[in-house]
Design a protein around this ligand. Structure first.
Ligand SMILES: *Cc1c(COP(=O)(O)O)cnc(C)c1O
Length: 386
């Protein structure tokens, strides 16, 4: 995209009057990061994980806020996400957590990103690209200690890292692993993974191969498994003030950063037995006040019936009938005086009531991660700066 298009888009967005939007409190992000820095202490760095557009909060704004509050790294899933940060002028170290196909490596290396490696042929390809650029690619070696996802099994890791050290144009900056169950009550697998990782680290140490940055912890491990903090922690969900899980919640003073709001487009009194929405699944029981709200499944508001709700005038109201692509209807009969333009809250606080991303996740039978990262791009994000 050219510069002009960026400017035009920015203007369009800033003048957009779409009443359905997210507000992201960057003060909350900064507070949570500062607290995480304090929790891990001065010898452990914090990498703010801003993949998936910052879990739906906006990667650039969150990344800047996190760096300003004490994080020293940003982590993304793939190179294009890192390029967005670089294009915004962010110069902090960036770690690409996922597979970097060789086609994407030149841009990532030229932008100074650290790449995850778990395959010697890929690593050699990255190194060749780096040499052709007159650069050295920094890599973090990934060990699969029990997640069964990316990474080399512990038994092969020492030999692999030794081989990596022999590749010209490549610097082994880090070694890391990822926990499968750090957010669960049963600590067995997390402890086993940690032990396997520690054994590998001992072997690396004994062979003079320990990289500068050893890391393992996601948010849940950072909060619940202090021995896993090592040189750096990779925190995503907790930075957003969202709980890693019910059994590993954020500390009570952490603040949820995101609110999701809309407004009443129409409110009308429907007679008893009147259908509402597609399929006419819902019929008014008595005379009901029905509010139409301009948010739908194409905004990421999940198309389920029965459990969705919203706040209007500080009261919980049920969403009734099917969720449409761009609209939903709420039964506001119990709320006096609802009028066109009144604020509707889908996630966040209104008056004395709050709907959390965790509560929405329960209704949708998923996790808070999927709720916020599933809020679509067409929902504008606005920012509260501290
Ligand atoms: C997404 C991700 C994280 C962050 O996890 P949270 O649970 O959000 O803290 C850390 N490490 C890796 C490898 C990831 O993919």
């Amino acid at each position: 995209m050219g510069r002009e298009e960026h400017v035009i888009l920015a203007v369009m967005h800033s003048s957009s009057s779409r009443p359905t939007y997210c507000i992201v409190d960057l003060g909350a992000i900064a507070h949570n990061i500062a607290r995480l820095c304090a929790i891990v202490g001065p010898h452990t760095q914090v990498a703010a994980v801003v993949k998936a557009d910052g879990y739906g909060h906006g990667a650039v704004a969150v990344g800047r806020a996190a760096l300003g509050a004490g994080a020293s790294w940003l982590a993304v899933a793939f190179v294009a996400e890192g390029l967005e940060l670089r294009a915004a002028g962010i110069t902090a170290p960036i770690l690409v957590l996922g597979w970097t196909p060789t086609a994407d490596a030149p841009a990532g290396i030229a932008a100074g990103m650290a790449l995850t490696v778990y395959d010697l042929d890929l690593a050699r390809a990255y190194a060749a690209i780096a040499r052709s650029q007159g650069r050295v690619v920094r890599v973090h070696f990934k060990v699969d200690t029990g997640m069964g996802r990316l990474g080399v099994l512990p038994g092969e890791a020492l030999a692999c890292i030794r081989a990596l050290h022999g590749i010209d144009g490549l610097a082994v900056e880090g070694v890391f692993t990822h926990f499968a169950t750090a957010d669960e009550a049963d600590r067995t697998l997390a402890n086993t993974q940690l032990q396997r990782f520690q054994e590998l680290l001992a072997a690396l140490q004994a062979n003079g191969l320990r990289p500068a940055l050893v890391h393992a912890a996601n948010s849940a491990a950072t909060l619940s498994l202090p021995e896993s903090r090592f040189d750096l922690v990779r925190v995503g969900i907790a930075m957003y003030g969202l709980h890693p899980s019910d059994v590993v919640p954020c500390p009570p003073d952490f603040r949820a950063a995101l609110a999701w709001k809309s407004a009443v487009a129409q409110v009308k009194r429907l007679p008893p037995g009147h259908p509402v929405s597609y399929g006419a699944e819902y019929h008014t029981r008595d005379e009901e006040l029905i509010a139409t709200i301009p948010i739908g499944y194409a905004d990421g508001f999940r198309r389920i019936t029965g459990a969705n709700l919203a706040l209007v005038h500080g009261q919980r109201v049920p969403i009734v009938g099917r969720v449409c692509m761009d609209q939903v209807m709420a039964n506001v009969t119990a709320v006096p005086g609802v009028a066109l333009g009144d604020e509707v809250v889908l996630i966040g606080r209104q008056g004395a009531e709050t709907i959390t991303a965790e509560e929405v996740a329960r209704h949708w039978q998923t996790i808070n991660y999927e709720v916020t990262s599933g809020i679509m791009e067409r929902v504008p994000r606005y920012y509260h700066t501290p």
